[in-house]
Each structure stands twice: as structure tokens, then as C-alpha cells.
Design a protein around this ligand. Structure first.
Ligand code: ATP
Length: 347
């Protein structure tokens, strides 16, 4: 039962690189929280701070009510699954997993029999029971990553830390394994921090997602909340695909505004805007309904992308990408569209 609480956590490297910038964050007991952000935004540093592998410049880290800020990494009871798994090539799967436990043997006061029992249990959990005598080179990438996960879990950590754990696997395996990781973390009810730059992975794995950029957490919420209610421009454009325009506020009406982007639309305004403001407007392709509505456009191109048709539209000298289950018209034809949802943020 562990709640992780970060308070104004800050890490500055070499007196100038602010990798983690006054982060406040809570990971609830048994929750999987994904930290999602682009390369270099500070995700790994944040995870290493929680693990005790980096010392914060300022701020505090709590596991429940225990202040662990100054507690050395060995005494924190966290376990990391890194991006590149370093399995011992000369050891079997069993020995690789037992290794971490043996290191802690004195701390845990474990007998060989107990070690065997725990390793077998965790190998069963990650689906490797049959392969315990193989060596790493006899395993697929996905199986190797399962060993890395087993190695982290065998020490029964309070907090599980995963740093882009699937980055080295091919797309299909990533999808398979992220479901597996979620299932296992949920089964064990283990408090989990999952770092990734892949928005789909974050949404698929996590109970809540914290979107990070330039050292700061910009928004925390369920996958639905961050996708459907982005609070700022970065979150709105980092998730999903988007059409991006500049526009001007014609009329501000509290939570929405009427905006001129070459034609008139209504957009949600999570941050306050005023009449006359220059704004960025974000429109997702799936939020453009084709075949009816008040905006006349010509169809420039239609391509089939498997799950949907992507239509390139030209509307009052603006180009928009729209998505739908059917091709709305042929290239060269005119159609009407409705923009069901858009967001506007001050430039
Ligand atoms: P990636 O996804 O590419 O791993 P990230 O989001 O995990 O990126 P970090 O690795 O946490 O980002 O790095 C955040 C910033 O801190 C970067 O500008 C990085 O160059 C810098 N940084 C990280 N570690 C150190 C270090 N030991 N010394 C100096 N600067 C560092």
C-alpha cells in the first residue's frame, strides 16, 4: 500500500539544465500513472528521482507519510524496468531473475528454497515458467523484456518504475506487452510510474496520464480527460492528430469563443481569451463532420488508411485534414462541413 507524493520536486543539472521544474504529483495506491512527454522533457530524470538514483536540487518525495527524499536507493524498495534490458548473458532466465533477490538475500533473510519459490511464482506471472532454463540469447525481444519485468517484480517493490520499457520492441509486440504489463501491475495492485513518449501506449497502460514538457507537468488526468479536455496548447496538440490554424477572437463567451480562421467557427477556450486576441486553433480530424454544416469546402484528395478515409479539404484558402468511415465525395467536388469541436489558445 503506497502512495507516492512529489512536492515541488526540482532537478537542475550543472547549474543550468532544469530537467525537472517544481513538479507536484501524486501516484495513488495501486495506480498506474504514465508520464508522457517528448524526448528530453525530463521524464527519465523524474523517474530516477523517485528511485533515488538522482538527488533532487529541491523539493520532497514521500512514500505514504515517509519522507524518502534523503533515503538511499537500496532502502527505497522501488524497482526499475529500463528501456534497454541488461540481462546476464551467461545466466539462465531463472538465475537472471533470482539475481536481484540474492543481492537482497541478507536484507530479506531468504533461504534458497524461498528464493526458488518466489522466482518460480514471478516467472509464472509473466508467462515464462516454461522458459526458466533458457539463456537470454535463446529468447525473443519480448521474452527478454518479460525477464526484465520479472526481475523487477521479484523483489516485491512498493513502487514499480518503468522507463520506456517497450521502446526496443516492434509495434505489434509493444501493443501485446503493454496490455500484459497493465494486467500484471493491476493484479499485484502495485503503485506504478510508467514513462513513455508514446501517447497511445500511455493511454492504453495508465489509469491517469501526466503530460510533461520542458520539465513541467502540464496536465494530469484520465486518458479521456487529457484527450477530450486539454487545458493548454501543448496537451491539445501532443495528443491525437490535429489541424492547426491561427485565428482571431470575434466574440468571447466564457468557455467558448467565436473565432475567425478564414471562416467562422466556435471553439472551446480552456484558458481565458478576449475579443480581438490572436489565437491558435486546434481541430482534430475526427471532429470534422462532412456532408452537412455551414462551411463550404472543396475536396482535394481522399486516401484510404485502413481504419478510416482521410480527406484533404480546402475551405476558404485553408487546408484541413478530416477523417471518416466513408469517402465523403470525389476530389474536385464541393461539400459542406461542420466543425463539431475545436480549441483555441492564446498565441
Ligand atoms: P528521453 O525520452 O530522450 O530519454 P527524457 O524526457 O527522459 O528524454 P531526461 O533524460 O530526463 O529526458 O533529460 C531531461 C534534460 O536533462 C535533458 O535536457 C538532458 O540533456 C538533461 N540531463 C539528463 N541527465 C543529465 C545529466 N546527468 N547531466 C546533465 N544533463 C542531464
Amino acid at each position: 500500500m503506497t502512495i507516492v507524493r512529489l512536492e515541488k520536486l526540482r532537478k537542475v543539472f550543472d547549474n543550468r539544465v532544469v530537467a525537472v521544474d517544481d513538479v507536484d504529483l501524486v501516484i495513488n495506491d495501486g495506480e498506474i500513472l504514465a508520464v508522457l512527454g517528448p524526448s528530453g522533457c525530463g521524464k527519465t530524470t523524474l523517474l530516477r528521482l523517485v528511485a533515488g538514483l538522482e538527488e533532487p536540487t529541491s523539493g520532497r518525495i514521500y512514500f505514504n507519510d515517509r519522507d524518502v527524499t534523503k533515503i538511499p536507493t537500496q532502502q527505497r524498495n522501488t524497482a526499475i524496468v529500463p528501456q534497454t534490458w541488461a540481462l546476464w548473458p551467461h545466466m539462465t532466465v531463472f538465475e537472471n531473475v533470482a539475481y536481484g533477490l540474492r543481492l537482497k538475500k541478507n536484507q530479506f533473510n531468504l533461504t534458497e528454497r524461498e528464493i526458488k519459490r518466489r522466482v518460480e511464482e514471478v516467472l509464472e506471472l509473466v508467462g515464462l515458467a516454461e522458459l526458466s532454463n533458457r539463456r537470454p540469447f535463446q529468447l525473443s525481444g519480448g521474452q527478454q523484456q518479460r525477464v526484465a519485468l520479472a526481475r523487477a517484480l521479484v523483489v516485491q517493490p512498493e513502487v514499480l518504475l518503468l522507463d520506456e520499457p517497450l521502446a526496443n520492441l516492434d509495434a505489434k509486440l509493444r501493443v501485446e506487452l503493454r496490455e500484459e504489463v497493465r494486467k500484471i501491475a493491476k493484479k499485484l495492485s502495485i503503485t506504478t510510474l510508467y514513462v513513455t513518449h508514446d501517447q497511445e501506449e500511455a493511454m492504453a497502460v495508465a489509469d491517469r496520464v501526466a503530460v510533461m514538457n520542458a520539465g513541467r507537468i502540464l496536465q494530469v488526468g484520465t486518458p479521456e480527460e487529457i484527450y477530450h479536455k486539454p487545458q493548454n496548447f501543448f496537451v491539445a496538440t501532443f495528443l491525437g492528430r490535429s489541424n492547426l490554424f491561427r485565428g482571431r477572437v470575434v466574440e468571447a463567451r466564457g468557455e467558448v469563443a467565436v473565432i475567425d480562421i478564414g471562416f467562422i467557427i466556435t471553439a472551446e477556450t480552456p484558458q481565458k481569451v478576449s475579443q480581438g486576441d490572436e489565437v491558435y486553433v486546434v481541430i482534430r480530424p475526427e471532429d470534422i463532420y462532412m456532408g452537412f454544416g455551414g462551411v463550404r469546402c472543396s475536396v482535394e484528395d481522399v486516401v484510404f488508411l485502413g481504419r478510416f478515409y482521410q480527406t484533404t479539404l480546402r475551405c476558404s484558402n485553408k487546408t484541413l485534414k478530416a477523417e471518416g468511415p466513408k469517402p465523403p465525395a470525389r476530389p474536385g467536388e464541393e461539400i459542406q462541413i461542420e466543425i463539431a469541436r475545436a480549441w483555441a489558445f492564446k498565441t
